[in-house]
Design a protein around this ligand. Structure first.
Ligand code: ZN
Length: 437
């Protein structure tokens, strides 16, 4: 069953970090977060689902109405929290051995609490994997963490960004200004950064309203988005740094003294990458090196998978819509096959048994797809389908913004069913209804 994160209700809800993505909409620039979402039964669950900051988790970020975070969570039928979820206390700066550290960088106001920025020594100077949310307190935490590792921002040689969400890429520009370091990202996410920088304020509201209308949402639901327009702030994505370098799938990075390979893992975002450190585990862990997993693989949170939407035209030249959930499931298989001895994720904590965690996530999505298919024995619009699905509380009690995220998640699953020819649109229906085939 999916768990819907508690997102502050209403269009004026506080910002959300990376975890959540607006269903279908590109998300306010900078909000792309990622939400993570559904968790898997049997997996360690994390306390009440944070608000997705654009992504897997939920950091703080300015969130757009409707951009709330993680929807589904691993905890079947978890009782609704009685009070807003509190972010976990930050872990200490941790020396993982072999020239690798993790530094917690807070995501202000987000239940996810913090991003784990990783520091990797190279013969040319230290390199960061992600940078954290763009906020003065986050910057202070980053600089203090670097000092605790015996280095400084000025000494940094480069920045490797797992994906463009603001709790991962937010401080990259400031790091580059201070240090002269290059910034590397997968070209699919760089394209999104370029797009978001050029999106006019409020542009995401138009996109989301269009998506919700097409889904069959009631006019009163869509109208609430308009209330957000007046108070729309500049989304952080409009200031996101354009990268200098590309992370190319399968390539060994030019980092003297290290063996670090880019592994493209689309799903959470179209250009998400994991970084595989192909060196023996410093403590002799069994397996194939270590994996910086970003938001792709987290120990207790299921990354939010919605729609790439604005990226679709580039990804589907033949007219076939992109299938982010299909991408995500394929990417999970890809990292399981690497068999890393240890996973160093961007939230929560390091863990082992990547193949086991991948099995949990695959089972979660399989169950979700089966649930949708059963519901589609009766034709339903996307809105009706979303409201009929099992969440961690009755639909009537799910806050406004979380409902929009739920629609995005449901649509990603529906689109995957359509791509596999397990569901199809009912000819002539308007708004479009879908039925299992
Ligand atoms: Zn994140």
């Amino acid at each position: 069953m999916a768990h819907v994160p508690d997102v502050p209700d209403g269009p004026d809800a506080p910002d959300t970090p990376d975890e959540s993505r607006i269903p279908g909409a590109p998300g306010p620039p900078g909000t792309p977060g990622t939400p993570r979402t559904p968790e898997t039964p049997a997996s360690p669950r994390h306390p009440a689902p944070p608000t997705p900051p654009g992504s897997p988790g939920t950091p703080s970020t300015p969130r757009a109405p409707g951009t709330p975070g993680p929807l589904e969570s691993p905890t079947p039928l978890a009782p609704p929290p009685q009070s807003p979820p509190q972010p976990p206390p930050p872990p200490p700066v941790t020396d993982h051995g072999g020239g690798v550290w993790s530094l917690p960088v807070p995501i202000p106001g987000n239940p996810l609490g913090h991003t784990l920025v990783h520091l990797l020594e190279t013969d040319r100077g230290p390199v960061l994997v992600d940078t954290g949310w763009d906020d003065p307190a986050s910057w202070d935490a980053l600089t203090a963490g670097l000092a605790a590792c015996g280095t400084s921002v000025e000494a940094l040689h480069g920045v490797l960004v797992t994906h463009h969400h603001p709790d991962h890429h937010g401080l990259s520009g400031r790091v580059r200004e201070v240090s002269g370091a290059w910034i590397a990202m997968h070209p699919a996410d760089t394209e999104l950064v370029r797009h978001l920088r050029g999106t006019p304020p409020g542009g995401w509201i138009d996109l989301l309203a269009g998506k919700l209308t097409a889904a069959g949402a009631p006019a009163a639901h869509v109208a609430r988005l308009e209330a957000a327009r007046a108070g729309d702030r500049e989304p952080p994505g409009r200031r996101a740094a354009l990268p200098d370098r590309e992370l190319v799938h399968g390539e060994l990075l030019d980092l003297p003294g290290r063996r670090l390979r880019a592994v493209w893992t689309p799903g959470h975002t179209p250009g998400h990458v994991c970084l595989h450190l192909e060196e023996a585990h410093p403590r002799g862990g069994a397996g194939n090196g270590r994996l910086f997993s970003g938001d792709h693989l987290l120990p207790g949170i299921t990354p939010h998978v919605g729609l790439y939407e604005i990226y679709e035209p580039a990804r589907a030249p033949g007219g076939r819509p992109a299938d982010p959930l299909g991408d995500y499931l394929s990417s999970l298989a890809r990292v399981a096959a690497l068999g890393p001895a240890e996973v160093l994720p961007a939230h929560q904590h390091a863990f082992t048994d990547a193949p086991g965690r991948v099995r949990e996530l695959l089972a979660h999505h399989r169950a979700r797809l089966a649930e949708l298919r059963a519901l589609l024995r009766t034709p339903r619009t996307l809105w009706q389908l979303t409201g009929s699905m099992a969440w961690n509380r009755p639909w009537a009690r799910i806050p406004y913004a979380s409902r929009n995220i739920a629609v995005a998640e449901a649509e990603a699953h529906l689109r995957h069913l359509v791509a596999r020819r397990l569901a199809e649109a009912v000819p002539g229906s308007h708004p479009v209804a879908y039925v299992a085939v």
